[in-house]
Ligand binder design. Structure first.
Ligand SMILES: O=C(O)CCC(=O)C(=O)O
Length: 304
């Protein structure tokens, strides 16, 4: 069995916990919101059609296979350790945009089932951002802990993330992780809540607010100091994990013993009635937080 690590620190058993599954009605807004408020997240099993999700996985990995990064059968997602992406595509921005806008992928991330689910969570008609973050995470890679609020605070303050595993993502492959009870860390949350990100959201400012305070030490020490655990689970294709801007999260390290790339997508939803004119997240070619849109994302860089 693979070692469980986060940012290359072994995760001791006593700091490991399982995310609490939501077993209620997926249409019951009050029940979903109460779970969200209590835990800081909602984990829904089999909320999306598994075959749809696997088709999206296949679509993405076929594109990465065409540039030599993923072996065949592509749907297995095994990294080759090589890449012809830069030779094959002069414009990495356009390449990544086209992968992120694949038809099967968008059916999962923007189709009726997830909209219905997110509308129930928000208690009002929900609208997804046009910009999505598709994350093929090769073995050895990780997402550091951060809060999302600084990125998305602006025109809407009710943005929630739907994190969608595109395939089964066991613990060994470095799925999403959340810090238990982090929705109540007022010392970290209040400065973010009180900051005026609507009028100033330069990338530096946002990155600093999202990452710096929680990464002064490593995640294991951070959790020990606060007396909390890191929560994750073995995700399956069809699951959806939902959280707001004040839940501290990142990923475990991808320690897949077979070299499998962890594939997931994070999609932001907000009330449809809130302004949707933020050029970072809406439009034909959204600029993203850093300004370079899809080309700025980690996924735009070759896997090897
Ligand atoms: O998938 C990951 O590695 C991180 C996802 C994330 O940070 C997010 O959904 O906000």
């Amino acid at each position: 069995m693979s070692r469980i690590t986060i940012q290359e620190h072994a995760l001791p058993d006593e700091l490991r916990g399982s995310m609490v599954e939501y077993h209620g009605d997926h249409d019951d807004s009050a029940s979903l919101q109460s779970h969200l408020a209590g835990h800081g997240y909602v984990l829904l099993r089999a909320a999306l059609d598994r075959d749809d999700v696997l088709q999206a996985r296949d679509e993405v990995f076929q594109r990465l296979s065409e540039v030599g990064e993923i072996g065949q059968p592509a749907i297995d997602g095994i990294a080759t350790g090589t890449s012809r992406r830069t030779e094959a595509h002069a414009d990495l921005h356009q390449f990544w945009k086209s992968v992120s806008e694949g038809e099967q992928l968008r059916r999962v991330t923007h189709g009726p089932p997830i909209r219905k689910l997110m509308s129930a969570v928000l208690g009002t008609a929900a609208r997804p951002h046009d910009l999505i973050y598709l994350r093929p995470t090769a073995p050895g890679r990780v997402t550091r802990l951060h809060y999302d609020f600084p990125f998305f605070a602006g025109r809407s303050r009710r943005i929630h993330t739907a994190w969608v595993p595109l395939g089964d993502v066991p613990i060994s492959d470095g799925p999403l992780v959340v810090v238990e009870n982090s929705q109540n860390f007022d010392d970290l949350i209040e400065p973010m809540r009180n900051h005026d990100f609507a009028s100033s959201h330069s990338n530096d400012e946002v990155q600093t607010a999202a990452y710096d305070a929680v990464n002064v030490t490593d995640p294991v020490t951070f959790c020990r100091e606060r007396g909390v655990r890191l929560l994750s689970t073995d995700f399956r294709a069809g699951d959806v994990f939902i959280f707001g801007g004040f839940t501290l999260h990142g990923s475990l390290d991808n320690n897949s013993a077979v070299g499998r790339v962890r594939l997931s997508c994070d999609v932001r939803f907000q009330p449809a009635d809130d302004p949707c004119d933020d050029p970072r997240y809406f439009g034909d070619d959204p600029r993203g937080s850093k300004g370079g849109g899809y080309g700025d994302m980690r996924g735009a860089q070759p896997l090897a």
